[in-house]
Structures are given as structure tokens and as C-alpha cells.
Design a protein around this ligand. Structure first.
Ligand SMILES: [Zn+2]
Length: 507
């Protein structure tokens, strides 16, 4: 049975409400439309260009298609999904990798190895609203599971649409599929197998939309579909000179206290005391497609330097290259984790529903901006985040001015997260040693990864008090550079970046 995970989250509303527009809905008394967030892992932005995708095309005609969405760096599954759900860059939410590690004990754990270890996912208070949750009940997925099974995808979809949205009247559900990531790793992004999986995704999109219509939810349910990253073809020996650290003159593993290598294009090193400069100088310039940074010198645009879990030396390979340690150990044909400016790392994006415009093609935007958009759709006051609602709000139907009304409305949120149990070659697992922050072990990331990734099927029903927004100030956009709790109100005071364009979609 597919549904192995069930978690009921009881949550917590902390802020006093301000105001929100109200209309009555079926049972909550709220006017907010429901929201379904779907992530198809590794669905690259252009995967619909070489395959017939009638259902994805229809979704674009009925709603919004973005040219692409740029994931945060590091472009791998756990960090990227945390960015989606928190609106924080990876250096700010702290889920810096798929891998758990402890530089003192030399432990490395794939995420699923920590699933039953409760001390890996103790919550802290600094989470996005939906994450301030107490997990009351969880069931966890099996370690081995066929994530490409289409009939089981439909069982899960039935669960989400029939039971949670229709019968239980939940407001927010997030749904995860482990494909086409796995097929992209195994066969490569240009393979016939990947194209066939995109057809399966397309059929699934049609199934979801039919289900929504059958249950009369079309006018009450917004649907966002996106992905955590793209995929690119790995270049192998014979085509190129591979990056193998052990073969680099002047570099020795004897100088290294801890290393995180062989997980794709990103490597991290903790040199032994006094060895940092020697290691850095040996690696710097050693391979034309290897970029070597001291942590503090990482390009600011990557937002991947500030977190204490990040190790002192960070290695990033150019697209197609892998950072190998002693020798190549993984032989994926496709990989991700590269610079998020690389087009092959971009993700697809579609949205449809009563709050979205129809037949609209918009320019690219960053996945970090998804969180404020979702909070806006749900009428939730966002936590501190790094996103910008004004970069995505042009997708929405302009709001009619409404009289502000003080409301306290229960918001029911569910997460249904189906997780890819990645095969060994996959870049998987998460994070650094639960680092010490102000003398306290911090497990913040793990709670989220448990919710977001480790749990094969996770349902979180959250009852909270709606933290309404102030009409006209769609979001309290807050800079991560500011002190916690400090907010910048009003969009005019915020540096506005690239705005979306409003070109109509041309089929
Ligand atoms: Zn992957």
C-alpha cells in the first residue's frame, strides 16, 4: 500500500490576526481558495519540448506557465524543497545538503537512515508557519519502493483529492513525486526513458485535473506544479578529463579531517588544523572545470556561504563534471547540483486555479519566491523569508478592493509528501553535523526534511488560526539580513528585481 505515512500536525498560531478578505466557503467560513503544491522531482524546464504533453499544455492555456523557475543553489532535492517551503536561501534555512554528517565522529547518513532517530528532527521555533508543527502521528515509507509506479501515483492522488480536499476540506496539500529525477539519473536527460516518464507525468497531470473537476473543486483549488531542479548529462572519461582529487599534484587526503565528496558536482572539505591554505592552493586552478572556493569567498549570488554547517573549502564542478575523491564511484548518466545559472538546472512551472490568470506566459522567477506566493494565496502572514511576492504576483488575477474584516479562521493544512528513495548513485542525504549554535544543538533542518523528503507519504493536518494579511500589503517581505522578527512593510521600500513579463502564451 502506498500510503505508508500519516502525520497529523497540530499547530500553532502565534501572531495575532490582522485582516483578510472574507467570503464564505463550504465549511470553514473562509473565502480563501485551497492550494495544491506538486513537485515532480527533477522535471527540467524544457522537458515538455521534445515530448507531446497535451495535459501540461492545457494547464498552461487554462493558467500560467513560467518560462522556467530557478532553484536555489545547491540544486539538489532536500535543500531545494526546503527553500520552496520556507522561502529562505539554503545558507539561511540550513539544510545545506542531502547528506547528514558529523565532522567530529565522521558520520555520514543518508536521510532515510535518520528517519526513526527522533533526535535528528527535534523542532525548533524558527520555522515557517506551516513548520511550527507538532507531529502527532507519522508513518514512514519503506526503504525500497518503485517510485515510477503510475497506478500507485493515482492511489495517492485519489487520497489527496477525494479524502483531503473534498471530504476533509483541507486548505493546503503538498504532493511529491520522485520522477522524472530517478529516470534522469539512470538513463540521462536525453534518453527515451526520460521522455516516456514525461509522458507519464503528463497523463498524471490530466488525471489530477479530471479528479479536481469531478469533485467540483475547479473553482476553489489553486494548483502549482514545479520541480526542485533540472538535470544534465554527465561527461565521462574518454569524453573529458574527469575531476579526481587524489590525482591532483600537491593534494593529499592526509591533510583532510573530513570530506564530503562523490555526491555529484559539489564537494566540501574540512582540512586539518593549519592545512587549509595548503589544500586550497593545491586545488585552486588544478582543473579547468573545477571551481575552488574558501567558504567566505563563495559568489554572493549563490547564497551558499554563511551557514556554519558549510565546510571551509567548497568545490563546484562545471555542468557535466563530477567531483570525485579517490576515484569515480558513481556512474549516473544524468546529474544535478550544478550552478543554478546553468539552464539545465532550471525547473518547470505551471499554475492554474481561480486566483491565477489564464493563458499567460510569464518570465522566469526564483523558487525562493514561491513561499510568499503560497502564503499570499492561503492568506497566511509569511515568516521571515528571502523571497519577493512582487516577482510572482503578476500571475494572479488582480484583486478587487474589499473591506477589511477582522477574522480568525481555521486553516487546515496537509502535506502529502511522497519521497524518492534514491538509489545509491543518487546525490542523496542531507546536512551537516547538527551544528552548535549558541551552545545548543540545532535540529531545525531535520524536522523539515522529515516532512519534506524523508517521509514517503506524510500527511500533516494542521489546525491553526489564520494569520491574516493586510489587504494591499500582500506580504510582509522581510530580509534575511535583518534581525529576526524585524519586518519591512510595503513593497515600495523593497528593491524590486526583474519583473515578470506578461506575454500571452503562444502554443
Ligand atoms: Zn536527483
Amino acid at each position: 500500500m502506498l500510503l505508508l505515512g500519516l502525520a497529523v500536525l497540530g499547530l500553532i498560531a502565534s501572531s495575532p490576526c490582522t485582516a483578510a478578505p472574507v467570503q464564505d466557503s463550504l465549511s470553514t467560513g473562509s473565502t480563501r481558495n485551497k492550494l495544491l503544491l506538486i513537485s515532480f522531482d527533477g522535471f527540467r524546464w524544457d522537458y515538455d519540448r521534445d515530448v507531446e504533453t497535451p495535459n501540461l499544455d492545457k494547464m498552461a492555456w487554462d493558467g500560467v506557465k513560467a518560462l522556467y523557475a530557478t532553484p536555489a543553489f545547491l540544486t539538489i532535492t532536500s535543500p531545494s524543497h526546503f527553500t520552496m517551503l520556507t522561502g529562505r536561501y539554503i545558507e539561511n534555512h540550513g539544510v545545506i545538503h542531502n547528506m547528514w554528517f558529523n565532522t567530529t565522529t565522521q558520520e555520514k547518513k543518508q536521510y532515510y537512515m535518520t528517519q526513526f532517530l527522533s533526535n535528528y528532527y527535534l523542532p525548533t521555533s524558527k520555522m515557517s508557519p506551516v513548520m511550527w508543527a507538532k507531529i502527532n502521528f507519522i508513518q514512514v515509507e519503506p526503504h525500497f519502493y518503485d517510485h515510477s509506479n503510475e497506478s500507485e501515483w493515482r492511489v495517492n492522488i485519489d487520497k489527496v483529492i477525494d479524502e483531503w480536499f473534498h471530504q476533509q476540506d483541507l486548505d493546503f496539500v503538498s504532493l511529491y513525486f520522485g520522477e522524472p529525477d530517478l529516470i534522469g539519473h539512470t538513463y540521462g536527460p536525453d534518453s527515451p526513458e526520460r521522455k516516456e516518464m514525461v509522458r507519464q507525468v503528463d497523463r498524471t497531470v490530466g488525471y489530477i485535473r479530471d479528479k479536481i473537476q469531478d469533485h467540483g473543486l475547479t473553482d476553489r483549488l489553486n494548483v502549482i506544479m514545479t520541480a526542485d531542479h533540472g538535470m544534465t548529462t554527465v561527461l565521462r572519461s574518454g569524453q573529458v578529463e574527469e575531476i579526481i582529487l587524489s590525482k591532483i599534484p600537491g593534494f593529499s587526503f592526509k591533510d583532510i579531517q573530513f570530506q564530503l565528496l562523490d555526491y555529484g558536482p559539489l564537494g566540501m572539505l574540512l582540512p586539518k588544523e593549519g592545512m587549509l591554505e595548503k589544500v586550497y592552493q593545491a586545488l585552486k586552478g588544478s582543473h579547468p572545470h573545477l571551481h575552488v572556493y574558501k567558504k567566505e569567498d563563495m559568489p554572493e549570488r549563490l547564497h551558499y556561504s554563511k551557514h556554519p554547517r558549510l565546510l571551509p573549502i567548497i568545490l563546484i564542478a562545471d555542468p557535466g563534471y563530477i567531483v570525485n575523491g579517490f576515484f569515480p564511484v558513481h556512474f549516473n548518466k544524468g546529474e544535478h547540483g550544478f550552478d543554478n545559472e546553468a539552464m539545465d538546472m532550471k525547473a518547470f512551472f505551471r499554475a492554474v486555479g481561480p486566483d491565477f490568470q489564464s493563458d499567460l506566459m510569464v518570465g522566469p522567477f526564483d523558487l525562493v519566491d514561491l513561499y510568499p506566493l503560497m502564503c499570499h494565496l492561503l492568506g497566511i502572514k509569511p515568516e521571515i523569508h528571502d523571497g519577493h511576492l512582487n516577482k510572482s504576483k503578476d500571475m494572479l488575477v488582480p484583486q478587487q478592493p474589499q473591506e477589511e474584516t477582522m477574522v480568525v479562521t481555521p486553516l487546515q493544512i496537509s502535506f502529502f509528501v511522497i519521497v524518492a528513495i534514491t538509489p545509491l548513485p543518487h546525490v542523496s542525504t542531507f546536512t551537516a553535523e547538527s551544528c552548535t549554535v549558541s551552545g545548543t544543538r540545532e535540529y531545525q533542518g531535520k524536522l523539515q526534511i522529515t516532512i519534506c523528503l524523508s517521509i514517503y507519504s506524510l500527511i500533516c493536518r494542521v489546525n491553526t488560526t489564520l494569520m491574516s494579511r493586510e489587504l494591499g500589503l500582500e506580504s510582509d517581505i522581510t530580509s534575511s539580513n535583518e534581525a529576526p522578527g524585524q519586518r519591512v512593510r510595503g513593497l515600495t521600500s523593497w528593491k524590486i528585481g526583474q519583473r515578470l513579463t506578461g506575454e500571452k502564451l503562444r502554443a
